[in-house]
Design a binder for this molecule. Structure first.
Ligand SMILES: [Zn+2]
Length: 86
């Protein structure tokens, strides 16, 4: 087998344009490398937006936690400095 049709863009391409995949009968992925890159980028952008949204939502519903966290962080910084001075 030297070529294969991508199930996403439906273009017959050389087999080197497909990633290897042991699960597939022919040993190659059903989606070409170019389409796979697009899919990965799409999921990355989609998940990044979702994660940012979730973080924002969580912070807004836990304002005290963030204040405590920042206060503890600042105190720890102070402690670190004092320890290194001694
Ligand atoms: Zn493709």
């Amino acid at each position: 087998m030297t070529s294969k049709i991508c199930i996403k863009c439906h273009v017959n391409q050389v087999i080197s344009n497909f990633h290897k995949d042991k699960i597939q009968n022919d040993g190659y992925r059903t989606v070409c490398k170019t389409c796979r890159k697009d899919i990965r980028r799409y999921h990355y952008v989609k998940n990044r937006d979702k994660e940012l949204d979730q973080m924002k939502c969580w912070r807004e519903s836990h304002p005290d936690y963030m204040q405590d966290y920042m206060r503890n962080w600042r105190e720890n910084q102070k402690d670190d400095r004092c320890n290194s001075c001694e």
